[in-house]
Every structure is written in structure tokens, then in C-alpha cells.
Design a protein around this ligand. Structure first.
Ligand SMILES: *[C@@H]1O[C@H](CO)[C@@H](O)[C@H](O)[C@H]1NC(C)=O
Ligand SMILES: *[C@@H]1O[C@H](CO)[C@@H](O)[C@H](O)[C@H]1NC(C)=O
Ligand SMILES: *[C@@H]1O[C@H](CO)[C@@H](O)[C@H](O)[C@H]1NC(C)=O
Length: 294
């Protein structure tokens, strides 16, 4: 019990300062954190957001070394994407609150390992769940489920991650109203072709809709497409355009990740006070993106 208390206390204090959300699953970079040779079951290295950084720092979480070969997934570990099917990952504030640590002992239905009502929301839906003084419950960056901005995965058909660019990294699936619960299931386009021998690069992506520092998330994975018969090719990705107010047409087809509120490398503009997000306001319908092919 003592061990448990220590872990939870450590998580709470870390949680207050910087708990946010990231995707935990086989194939992730920085699974063990960034201390060489140490398996950190409590790591939140991948969780910390990207804010006002030069591109060479925010791209693939270079700021914390998560693009380094040293912290790549073990050989043979891939996030598997079944063509025409779906895959499930765990959204959490810390590895400790996932099934990747402690046999899942600290998991709940929620990213913080705690219990919350099904209609979890801030008082009057006005404040942010971020401001909830409940320690680990913070930093959901939303008022309630309906205002959760949406998260996405993008894919690049390069095993060598130094070859990945904004143009060859295309968003292929969007999950609306997330991050919300711990388990999150994303749909895969049927026409996604197979990856090279050593896999593809995938990124988990999120931009919250306000509720805290306007930041972004780009997290690294080795991934591969399974069960594909497709000979199609993903088209070069174009920058998305904010079309939520009807003043500009939405961009259709393969779209880039959103680079926003960084010191450098931003690819979208929004009206003052409006966050872009992986949702219809930036031209993404929920689910598998079946229009991304040449
Ligand atoms: C994480 O640490 C464990 C235990 O040392 C090790 O078996 C595993 O290979 C490490 N995984 C990665 C991706 O570094
Ligand atoms: C690929 O072809 C096999 C055999 O015809 C079929 O069972 C499977 O459903 C196909 N996969 C996809 C993603 O269409
Ligand atoms: C969620 O919060 C928003 C923003 O305050 C509010 O407009 C909406 O009605 C809330 N949704 C639910 C289901 O309570």
C-alpha cells in the first residue's frame, strides 16, 4: 500500500503542473521515458504539449528527444492499422494510468485513472475541466464531452523518420469529441496501402479548443497497415483551412497536420481567439478519411 501511495502522490504533484493527454500503445516512441536504460512506468514525457517552439523543436517532439533512435519502439513493435477496420489506443495523462504499466492497476475508464460521472463536466459547463481542483483530473482542456475538440492520426510512408515532411504526412483518421475516455477507437480507411518493411511513421495529433494554454500535440509512432489489398497512393497533403465560419471553403482530400501557435512552421490561420482543431471546422469529417488518395 505504501508503494501505491507514493506513486499516486508523485502523479498528483506532477499532474497539477503539467498533466495533459497523449496516446499510449505499442509502437510509441518514448515508451520508457528518456532516461537511457531506465524503464519509467510513470513517464509522462510524451504528454507535455508543444507551445511557441521553433519547428526543429516541436517537430516529432524533438524538444524532449522523442524522435531519437535511442527512444524508438522495440524492433517488431508497431501500432497496427487494420485496413478498413479500427484500432484502439489508450489516452492518458501518464503511462501509469494505462495498461502498459502496473498490469493496469491504476486505470479507470478515464485518462486520469479516476472515477467520473458519465456526463463529467465543469460547473455550469463554463469553467474548464482543467481548472477542476481534483489533481489528476486536470488538463482535459474542455468543459465537457461535447466541447472536446477531436484528435487524429496521420501517416507517412517512410520508415526513415528523417524523410517525413508536412507534405507526406497525411491525416487518415479523426475521432470527434476526444480526448475523453481512456480507450479511444479510430477507424482506418479501407484503401490505405501496406507500409515498407520497417513500417510507416504515424503521429497522434490534438489541438484543444481553448481551455488553457493554446498548444498542440504531435506524438511519434512506428505503425503498419495490416490486411491491405490496396495499390492506391496517399496524395501529397495540403494545409487545412479554417472553414468553420463559412468565409472560406474547406480543403478536401489529403490534409496536413495542423501546425499552430508555434514560433515557426505554422500552416494555418484562424480568426482571433479561435483554435483550429481536428474537426469539421478545419474540413475533417469524423472517422476514416477515405478521400486522401491520388
Ligand atoms: C523498456 O524497458 C523494458 C525494461 O527494461 C525493456 O524490456 C524494453 O525493451 C524497453 N522498451 C523500449 C521501447 O525501450
Ligand atoms: C483483401 O482481400 C481479402 C481476400 O479477398 C479479403 O478477405 C479482405 O477483406 C480484403 N481486405 C480489405 C481491406 O479489403
Ligand atoms: C458543454 O459545454 C458547452 C460550453 O460551455 C455548452 O455550450 C454545452 O451545452 C455543454 N454540453 C453539454 C452536453 O452539457
Amino acid at each position: 500500500m505504501k508503494v501505491v501511495t507514493t506513486i499516486v502522490a508523485t502523479l498528483s504533484s506532477a499532474g497539477f503542473v503539467r498533466a495533459h493527454v497523449a496516446a499510449f500503445t505499442k509502437g510509441m516512441y518514448c515508451l520508457n521515458g528518456t532516461e537511457p536504460g531506465v524503464e519509467d512506468l510513470n513517464t509522462n514525457t510524451v504528454v507535455n504539449p508543444l507551445f511557441q517552439l521553433p519547428k526543429n523543436q516541436w517537430w516529432m517532439q524533438h524538444d524532449r528527444g522523442c524522435d531519437s533512435d535511442q527512444f524508438r519502439p522495440s524492433p517488431g513493435d508497431f501500432l497496427e492499422l487494420p485496413a478498413g477496420g479500427s484500432f484502439t489506443i489508450e489516452l492518458a495523462h501518464n503511462r501509469a494510468q494505462t495498461t502498459l504499466s502496473y498490469d493496469g492497476k491504476f486505470t479507470s475508464e478515464w485518462p486520469d485513472g479516476k472515477e467520473h460521472p458519465e456526463d463529467w463536466h465543469s460547473p455550469n459547463n463554463r469553467d474548464c475541466l482543467l481548472a477542476n481542483p481534483d489533481g489528476l483530473g486536470g488538463a482535459m482542456h474542455t468543459h465537457n464531452e461535447s466541447t472536446a475538440a477531436g484528435t487524429a492520426f496521420a501517416i507517412s510512408y517512410n520508415s526513415d523518420i528523417s524523410k517525413v515532411t508536412m507534405e507526406n504526412l497525411a491525416v487518415f483518421t479523426v475521432l470527434e469529441h476526444t480526448p475523453w475516455k481512456r480507450l479511444a477507437t479510430y477507424q482506418v480507411p479501407r484503401d490505405l496501402p501496406s507500409c515498407p518493411e520497417d513500417g510507416c511513421y504515424c503521429a497522434w495529433l490534438w489541438i484543444p479548443d481553448g481551455c488553457g494554454e493554446p498548444n498542440m500535440y504531435m506524438q511519434n509512432f512506428k505503425c503498419r497497415v495490416t490486411g491491405s489489398n490496396s495499390t492506391r497512393t496517399v496524395a501529397p497533403a495540403k494545409a487545412p483551412v479554417y472553414c468553420g465560419d463559412g468565409n472560406a471553403p474547406c480543403v478536401s482530400g489529403a490534409k496536413q497536420m495542423i501546425a499552430w501557435n508555434q514560433a515557426e512552421g505554422n500552416n494555418v490561420e484562424t480568426p482571433a481567439g479561435v483554435s483550429p482543431g481536428y474537426n469539421q471546422k478545419m474540413g475533417w469529417q469524423p472517422g476514416a478519411q477515405n478521400d486522401i488518395f491520388q
